[in-house]
Structure formats: structure tokens, C-alpha cells
Design a protein around this ligand. Structure first.
Ligand code: NBP
Length: 505
């Protein structure tokens, strides 16, 4: 039997089904397989009924037959649950693979697992690519942002397909090109994919993308909370504000969908008077990628405090019953709002923009640390460029980040690029005003505040860590450096003793 498929895909849940159709729409023959074969037959039946590209999709219920039907060297995409399911799937494929076959993991794998898998597979003569896939169901179907990591040789083999199926952006404006429909993919535009680096680099960058997504979402929620609880606005009114913000510098997918969500009426209310968001329970779920980003930032000593704060905000939201009980006991201020509403809405817009700059600065600073730690060479302009379309954090603002790193590839911190420096200088008074008002009114804005603390800390030539180092030396003889001596000379004082003796260590 001659192999007829250009590529294979395992895992036919929402992401796998949509990515398989995207690949078929681009003219590739694709073989698909799923552990539970009912899913495979249902998918093939649905394809036949609804999809113009159905003749290019072949379903298999036997793994050996599935693999045999893919042209060599084989490219097999995994879109299964991250973790043990990925290892199980690789183990089930392994006996049927041949030299140089490539497995591409498109799941949300922890980058350390990807490094391990790449080592294990390359030792056996196969190749492994860990590729971040962002954009959810619609992205997978019509163009995701794809962040592949692995050997250059394996990437060269995958690149044509990855470039074809990725989201596309306008080469001049950087705006995502829309309009693909089933069977009619977009032609032209700059694809939102590029080789990120070796082994786990692609999954690492996808993890940081998700960490930024956490803080981006939390910042938007804090802007909403201020308009709702301080300005007393309805969800519909706030939705209109987000609509207007989406026309300016804040224009992004998350702002756009926020405007839609807030203006959605409750379908259960026949009167059409209530907004759905007011009926949605205020407890946020999480799948772990935000936590991985924050944990990695702690491990590398990178100050990604606002990203971590966004993860903690979800954790606090999950304590619904405790919060309801505490609200009866712990009282905050009861201040009427007396200021001009329009002026404060404009100030909230500035606070959101400044905080967003800090959030991205933290994400890129973290990747800079990771580059050193894991021996990668990351191209930050390219990373910002492939986030301009397809993914959840796509935003007009990413073009400015691409420009910043194109002009200065060694930029130490995004806030030091003149465009962002000026934006922070112009808007910081409003940012501070909004946080001050939130504090006075007892409204929690952890992401706004921690972003501002990052800004103020980063721009401080002197921090109180001199005292902290004194404390460490006092109780633990951890030594200190002196401002009047060269860096790298360490001293210890016998603090509790009299007379106190300073020694060079
Ligand atoms: P899920 O993450 O819900 O995973 C379901 C798939 O995993 C099914 O095909 C299931 O097969 C398979 N699977 C499981 Br569960 N355990 C398995 C095992 N031990 N061996 C083989 N297959 C197993 O699907 P998804 O939401 O489509 O996401 C797929 C991947 O893409 C995940 O890693 C996810 O994190 C990532 N991702 C998701 C999104 C999104 O928006 N959903 C976005 C970006 C990335 P079965 O049918 O036999 O149970």
C-alpha cells in the first residue's frame, strides 16, 4: 500500500479536529487518529457532511495502519492532553516509526518535558518538535499563532505546512488578516510562525505567552471592576467603553471580545433587561500555564510580579464561599463617587495601557533570563511578530514591540524603548490617580498596583535592599557589598558584638 497522507494528526478533541481541517483546507492530505475510535468515526462523518476538504482527511482506527499511511519521513502532530497522555501517545506510536520521522507536539506541554522528549526521541533516530499553538478553536481552524522549537533540520521539513496554516498579518500594519472560510483559506500575508529555537524553546515561549494572557485578562477585569463598582456603570455601558478603546492604542482581540461579552444579554431572561456577565459566577478557573510562568520567574529570579499577581487573583476568586462569608465581617470604605465620570474613564484607559506595557516588559524580561539559563538564542522581534495574529494576546501594540526589538535587538527592557518610555511618561499621572482612587474606594486592583510597583522599582536607582542586606548579614552573616567599594567585594560585620568589627570576606 502506498502512503497517501502528507501528514498525520493524533487527538481529535476540539484543537485536533480544527487543526486537521485547517491543514486539509491548505491542500494537504491528512491522516487522523484518536485513542477512542468513536471520536474518529464521528469526525469523519461530520467532515463528509459539512467540509469541502473532507476528501483530503482519512480516519484510522488502527495505529499501525495510521502510521503506514503517512509519507516518509513522517510528520505526526499530537494534540492530546498535556502530560502523561502525550507520553502514552508517543509510546504507542514509537514501534511504528522509522528513521527521521518527526513527532510534533502541539499541546500545552511544560517546556522541560519537551526538552526530555526531544532528547529521548533524537537518541532513537527520530525528531521531536514542541510547538506552541495559540488561538483556541477558531485559531486552529483558520490560522493559529505557532511557536515551534526543535532541531533546524526537523523545522525545515515542517516549515512549509506551518507557514501555510498559521494566521497571517498585513505586512505593513501588522494587523491580522481575516476572512478565511471552510475550504477557502487566506492567501498572502506574513505567517505568524517562525523557528523559536531548539528543544523546549517553542513551548517555553508559548508558556510566557499564556502568562501574559493571564495578566492581560486580569488588567481588563480590573478596569471593568472600577467602572462597575466605583463609577456605577452597567455592563452594557462598560461594553461600549471597551468598544471605543478597541479603536485606539489598546486595540486587541481581548478588548474586542470583552466589549462583546459585556454587551451580551442573558438568554435566560425573556425581558432582555439583564446582561449575561452579571449572572456568571465570579470564580476563575485555570489550567496551569500562568502558574508555570510565575513559578519559572521565581526560579530564575525574574521580577514578573504582575504576571504572578494575575495567577493569585484567580486563586482568590476561587475562594467564593470564603469571600462571601468574609464580606459580612470585614468592612471597607463606603465613599460616594463625586468626580467626573468621563475624566476617570479616560484615566482608567491610561492605567490599563501603562500596566499592559509593564506586563509585556515582564514577559520579555523573563524570556531574556530564560535565554541565558537554557542556552537558547531568542529573537524577541520575531516572537512579538508571530504574536500579532492568531493568538489570544494579538494586539495592535505588538507591532510597536516588534519595532522596538528590530531597532534594538539587545534592548534590556521594553520600558526603555523610546515609544514605551514616552507612553509611560505621558500616562503615569492618570495611572497613579486610578490606583489611588481604587485604594480609597476599597476596590482590589492587584495587577494595576503590582505593575506600577514594578515600574517604580525598576526606575529607582536606590531601593531599600541596602537595609535588607544589613538584616541578612545581621542574622545570618550573609555579607554585604558597600557603595564606596568595587562590586564583588563582600563584607561582614559582627553586629551583635561590642566592639563591632567589620571584616572583608
Ligand atoms: P484536551 O486537552 O481536552 O485532550 C483531549 C484529547 O486527548 C482527546 O483526543 C483524548 O483522547 C486525548 N487523550 C487523553 Br485525555 N488521554 C490520552 C491518552 N492517555 N492517550 C491518548 N490520547 C489521550 O483537548 P484539546 O482542548 O483539543 O487540547 C489539545 C491540546 O492542545 C492540549 O494539550 C491543550 O492544552 C492544547 N491547547 C488547547 C487549546 C484550547 O483552546 N483548547 C489551545 C491551545 C492549546 P480520547 O478521545 O480517547 O479521550
Amino acid at each position: 500500500m502506498n502512503a497517501s497522507s502528507d501528514i498525520g494528526l493524533v487527538g481529535l478533541a476540539v484543537m485536533g479536529q480544527n487543526l486537521a481541517l485547517n491543514i486539509a483546507d491548505h491542500g494537504y492530505n491528512i491522516a487522523v487518529f484518536n485513542r477512542n475510535s468513536e471520536r474518529t468515526s464521528d469526525f469523519i462523518a461530520q467532515c463528509k457532511a459539512n467540509e469541502p476538504s473532507a476528501p483530503r482527511v482519512s480516519g484510522y482506527t488502527d495505529v499501525a495502519e495510521f502510521v503506514r499511511n503517512i509519507k516518509r519521513p513522517r510528520k505526526i502532530i499530537l494534540l492530546v492532553k498535556a502530560g502523561a497522555a502525550t507520553d502514552d501517545t508517543i509510546a504507542s506510536l514509537m514501534p511504528h516509526l522509522e528513521a527521521d520521522d518527526i513527532i510534533i507536539d502541539g499541546g500545552n506541554a511544560l517546556w522541560g518535558d519537551t526538552i526530555r522528549r526531544e532528547k529521548e526521541l533524537s537518541a532513537k533516530g527520530f525528531a521531536f518538535i514542541g510547538s506552541g499553538v495559540s488561538g483556541g478553536e477558531t485559531g486552529a481552524r483558520f490560522g493559529p499563532s505557532l511557536m515551534p522549537g526543535g532541531s533546524a533540520k526537523a523545522w525545515a521539513s515542517l516549515e512549509p505546512i506551518w507557514r501555510d496554516i498559521a494566521a497571517k498579518v498585513d505586512p505593513v500594519t501588522g494587523q491580522q488578516l481575516d476572512g478565511a472560510t471552510p475550504g477557502h483559506p487566506l492567501v498572502g500575508g506574513v505567517p505568524c510562525t517562525a523557528h523559536i529555537g531548539p528543544d523546549g524553546a517553542g513551548h517555553y515561549v508559548k508558556m510566557v505567552h499564556n502568562g501574559i494572557e493571564y495578566i492581560d485578562m486580569q488588567l481588563i477585569c480590573e478596569a471593568y471592576a472600577l467602572m462597575k463598582n466605583m463609577l456605577g456603570m452597567s455592563a452594557g455601558e462598560i461594553g461600549k467603553v471597551f468598544d471605543s478603546w478597541n479603536k485606539g492604542t489598546l486595540s486587541s482581540f481581548l478588548i474586542e471580545i470583552t466589549a462583546d461579552i459585556l454587551q451580551q444579554k442573558d438568554p435566560e431572561d425573556a425581558s432582555g433587561q439583564t446582561f449575561l456577565v452579571d449572572k456568571v459566577l465570579d470564580t476563575a478557573g485555570q489550567k496551569g500555564t500562568g502558574m508555570w510562568t510565575a513559578a519559572n520567574a521565581l526560579e530564575l529570579g525574574a521580577p514578573a510580579n504582575a504576571i504572578a499577581e494575575a495567577v493569585f487573583a484567580r486563586a482568590l476568586s476561587a475562594l467564593k464561599a470564603e469571600r462571601v462569608a468574609a464580606s459580612q465581617i470585614l468592612k471597607g470604605p463606603q465613599l460616594p463617587f463625586e468626580k467626573d465620570r468621563e475624566t476617570i474613564i479616560a484615566a482608567i484607559q491610561d492605567a490599563l495601557y501603562c500596566s499592559k506595557i509593564c506586563a509585556y516588559a515582564q514577559g520579555f524580561q523573563l524570556m531574556k533570563e530564560a535565554e541565558k539559563e537554557y542556552n537558547w538564542t531568542l529573537n524577541f522581534a520575531t516572537i512579538a511578530q508571530i504574536w500579532r495574529g492568531g493568538c489570544i494576546i494579538r494586539a495592535r501594540f505588538l507591532q510597536k514591540i516588534t519595532d522596538a526589538y528590530n531597532t534594538q535587538p539587545d534592548l534590556k527592557n521594553l520600558m526603555l524603548d523610546s515609544y514605551f518610555t514616552n507612553a509611560l511618561h505621558d500616562a503615569q499621572n492618570n495611572w497613579r490617580k486610578v490606583i489611588g482612587l481604587a485604594v480609597q474606594h476599597g476596590i482590589a486592583v492587584p495587577a494595576f498596583s503590582s505593575a506600577l510597583a514594578y515600574f517604580d522599582g525598576y526606575r529607582s536607582a536606590n531601593l531599600p535592599a541596602n537595609l535588607l542586606q544589613g538584616q541578612r548579614d545581621y542574622f545570618g552573616a550573609h555579607t554585604y557589598e558597600r557603595t564606596d567599594k568595587p562590586r564583588g567585594e563582600f563584607f561582614h560585620l559582627d553586629w551583635p558584638k561590642t566592639p563591632r568589627m567589620q571584616v572583608k570576606v
